[in-house]
Design a protein. Sequence first.
Length: 118
Amino acid sequence: MKSKDAIESLAALAQESRLAIFRMLVKRGPEGYTPTQLGEKLNVSSPTLSFHLKELQRAGLVDVRRDGRFLYYRPNFAHMNGLIGFLTENCCVLADKGCGPGCAPAEAEVPLTKRQRA
């Protein structure tokens, strides 16, 4: 990930409503939510929600898929994990002593879901 992309992503998340929307989508996983479902869960009006979803999508944090006449917004896990990896890739590289397990660079892998583990 390039610095410019990380800055765009972090800027998109640096707003309370967008952060809440993104966190709700992460909880839901790849199935995503329709804008109506998100608006009801977060008590956000449709125009406001549309604006925030567009910003998250522009930053690469959210994808949208069409199922018939419905749109489902879902997190872009690859981008999210890339951002986390970017933030932690150089953790403790200049330290004189080891930083311990709390500073292990993040892997860009997505944990298995319950269905995948079975």
